[in-house]
Design a protein around this ligand. Structure first.
Ligand code: FAD
Length: 466
């Protein structure tokens, strides 16, 4: 039986990063993955394919709506959806193949099959053909991720009533896509199909979309997407979803309890994701799991079984690839005897719609709730020369800083390239910068990043361009 210092179960961004860091630290490591391709949800049916389709559909949307103004004639433009999906698949294959390369490069053994605990130090790996191997591991990192959640009365048939996984692989552009859940995944995939010509209706239970984000972002994003033609039904509670063959009928009650019927050819269920532990054999080792299925860990991400850790979507916290990666690194270093730390307050959140939305730190609502004395500065993208040059005028940046110390407490951006620009805010906050620190740093002109500097200047009422 092969013996390892560390076994990692699951090859998503949590698992593969943990495995690489373990190997870098000199630990004999094996990674166990049930699917044929590595990379987990993120690479196969999440971050990467969704961004590939968002980029393709963005090109098409720009070409149809904006190129003429730029002086580029694109008449006769058509979508070759089959090719768009094929390119997306190619991007996924290349990215996933890159993980195989990294496993090889770092001398990490790969075992394909479902990993399940025999006891705390032995794992059985059952391959697709039914054969199995057992291994011994001194330490194990569980990184088995999550699966799409649904509502108790909705039966996902994967044909008309679909999850994000199917929405990334449709054979046609929907005529009317009904999106249940106005969170990140629903809005990103809704944007893809809206840009490609579908009617898109988003039904959200809460009064605002992207619940949990700063209200300024939710409102601005809804305004921008509305302009693009997405229809929103907030404060609507879905009560039934029925597949009638070629049509799906969704019924939702508004605030007053009055039902509305929506008819579409596809319904995307994007009401969140749930931790995935099926097949792991957790009962064999008496592992503590919360009511909603999350593996319970302490601050060091150690489970109630001392030599077993859990990371990523399967534990508490934001279900984000970069959060899983940080946790993978942290656990590997803890196993190697180091004392790493993650500042969960500084894990940025991004929505890859256009305009993009990105945020880090506290929302204004949170600061109010916590009774923190803060000051705020905002700057509108449309005041930037760069925004006018590229015709990306929508959006703004809001900076929240401590009223006394001026330390930046939260940054909320909506606008072109916000997904990339948020990194500056994360770094600033990691180094506990004040808004004045940013305001006094030179930002290249003309760039979108000037909006962050200006919002920081605005915190002390001294923005230059507004
Ligand atoms: P996963 O990526 O889910 O990987 C878990 C792996 O474990 C899987 O490969 C699974 O097959 C394997 N596994 C499970 N059980 C076993 C077992 N018993 N034995 C062997 N293998 C097993 N996040 C972002 O940060 N940015 C984005 O832009 C983004 N976009 C997204 C878009 C969509 C449509 C979706 C669905 C998600 C998106 N996410 C995004 C979320 C992101 O994909 C997840 O947060 C991330 O993949 C979690 O990583 P993980 O390593 O915890 O688990």
């Amino acid at each position: 039986m092969n013996k390892y210092d560390v076994a990692v179960i699951g090859s998503g961004p949590g698992g593969y990063v943990a495995a690489i860091r373990c190997a870098q630290l000199g630990l004999k490591t094996v990674i166990i993955e049930k699917y044929n391709t590595l990379g987990g949800t993120c690479l196969n049916v999440g971050c990467i394919p969704s961004k590939a389709l968002l980029d393709s559909s963005h090109h098409y949307y720009d070409a149809t709506k904006h190129f003429a103004t730029h002086g580029i004639d694109c008449s006769g433009l058509e979508v070759n959806f089959k090719q768009m999906i094929a390119r997306k698949n190619e991007v996924v294959a290349q990215t996933s193949g890159g993980i195989n390369y990294l496993m090889d490069k770092n001398n990490i053994d790969l075992l394909q099959g479902i990993g399940s605990f025999i006891d705390a130090t032995h794992i059985k790996i059952t391959k697709a053909d039914g054969t199995s191997v057992n291994i011994e591991a001194a330490k194990t990192i569980i990184a088995t991720g999550s699966k799409p959640a649904t509502l108790p009365f909705i039966k996902i048939d994967k044909k008309r009533i679909i999850t994000s996984t199917e929405a990334l692989n449709l054979s046609e552009i929907p005529k009317h896509l009904i999106v249940i859940g106005g969170g990140v995944i629903g809005l990103e995939l809704g944007s893809v199909y809206k840009r490609l010509g579908a009617n898109v209706s988003v039904i959200e239970y809460m009064p605002t979309i992207t619940p949990g984000m700063d209200t300024m972002l939710s409102k601005e994003l809804q305004k921008s997407l509305k302009k693009q033609g997405v229809k929103f039904y907030t404060s609507h509670k879905v009560t039934s979803v029925v597949n009638n063959g070629d049509e799906v009928i969704v019924t939702a009650n508004n605030k007053k309890g009055i039902p509305t019927e929506f008819k579409g050819d596809y319904t995307l269920i994007s009401v969140g994701r749930k931790p995935y532990t099926k097949g792991l054999g957790l009962s064999a080792i008496d592992m503590n799991v919360s009511e909603n299925g999350q593996i319970i860990t302490n601050e060091q991400l150690q489970t109630n079984i001392a030599n077993i850790y859990a990371i990523g979507d399967v534990v508490k916290g934001a279900m984000l690839a970069h959060k899983a990666e940080e946790e993978g690194t942290m656990v590997a270093e803890i196993i190697a005897g180091q004392k790493p730390h993650i500042n969960y307050n500084l894990i940025p959140g991004v929505v890859y719609t256009w305009p993009e939305v990105a945020a880090v730190g506290k929302t204004e609502e949170q600061l109010k709730e916590e009774g923190v004395n803060y000051k705020s500065g905002t700057f509108a993208m449309r005041a930037l020369g760069r925004a006018r040059a590229s015709m990306d005028l929508d959006g703004q940046i809001k900076v929240l800083a401590d009223a006394e110390t001026d330390e930046i407490l939260g940054v909320h951006m909506i606008g072109a390239r916000a997904a990339d620009m948020i990194a500056e805010a994360v770094i600033a906050m990691e180094f506990r910068a004040s808004s004045e620190d940013i305001a006094r740093s030179s930002h290249a002109h003309p760039t979108f990043t000037e909006a962050f500097k200006e919002a920081c200047l605005a915190v002390n009422n001294r923005a230059i361009h507004s």
